[in-house]
Design a protein around this ligand. Structure first.
Ligand code: NDP
Length: 237
């Protein structure tokens, strides 16, 4: 793309969608760090153990990244979990655990990243939400709430940091083949497939290409947007 190598952080970059996103930035020649709780990483990435529910571990990871590559210019907040069950059966812990990882986790990472971006006078933030953040989903009151929260976060970041050369956008994947979706009952997978206009599930690479584009110079004037990568599943929401 003719752009200079930048420092990119992908949370939850050891597997699934996050791993494909990390690989896309590595292929583009960027310096990529990934964090996860379990450690593994794609070739060419700096792999760090950090839990997004723990500010100290995030701070330590940032210090290591900054020492090796310099300030983080691109943050992809991708780490996420789900604890699906119907509202009547959902415990308060089921709710707060999912919010703590998916929403507060993104807040913790962004709070730490903003410092460097403000100094650099540029930055790209991509928050990985979900089609269900807008569409809703039975059994996912906790997850959907966390994912719509990311939209308010990106839009507020846009208003706070837009004049500092920082863009903040949301990518809302639909049904993407990964560990998270492999756990869904076959019947539910079939129901989803029937409602996807594209007639197929998405791949982690479909999401990675969009994230990579949002972080490129080509998307310099796009901020506060919600970009669906869902084969048309959530259209109109
Ligand atoms: P996976 O379950 O395959 O991967 C989840 C990733 O998040 C792992 O890298 C995991 O790391 C990391 N993670 C979870 N909790 C924490 C934590 N507390 N601290 C640090 N890292 C953590 O999921 P996907 O690849 O499918 O999903 C990635 C993102 O995309 C998620 O935010 C998900 O909600 C979203 N998404 C996924 C869709 C899909 O269809 N798959 C659809 C829409 C959105 P570790 O290995 O250490 O557990």
């Amino acid at each position: 793309m003719g752009e200079q190598a930048r420092t990119v952080l992908v949370t939850g970059g050891n597997r699934g969608i996050g791993r494909s996103i990390a690989e896309a930035f590595i292929a583009a020649g960027d310096n990529v760090a990934i964090t996860s709780r379990s450690g593994d990483a794609p070739d060419g990435a700096l792999a760090l153990a950090a839990d997004v529910t723990d500010s100290d571990s995030i701070d330590k990871a940032f210090a290591q990244i900054e020492e090796k590559f310099g300030p983080v210019e691109v943050v992809v907040a991708n780490a996420g979990i789900n604890k699906d069950t119907l509202l009547m059966r959902m415990s308060e812990d089921d709710f707060t655990d999912v919010i703590d990882t998916n929403l507060t986790g993104a807040f913790r990472v962004m709070k730490r990243a903003a410092r460097g971006m403000i100094k650099l006078k540029r930055g790209r933030v991509v928050l990985i939400s979900s089609v269900v953040g807008l569409y809703g989903s039975p059994g996912q009151v906790n997850y959907a709430a966390s994912k719509s929260g990311l939209i308010g976060m990106a839009r507020s970041l846009t208003r706070e940091l837009g004049s500092r050369g920082v863009t903040a956008n949301v990518v809302a994947p639909g049904f993407i083949e990964s560990d998270m979706t492999a756990e869904l009952p076959e019947k539910q997978q079939k129901t989803y497939l029937d409602s996807i206009p594209a007639g197929r599930f998405g791949t982690p690479d479909d999401v990675a290409a969009t994230v990579r584009w949002l972080a490129s110079d080509d998307a310099a004037y796009i901020s506060g947007a919600v970009i669906p990568v869902d084969g048309g599943l959530g259209m109109g929401h």
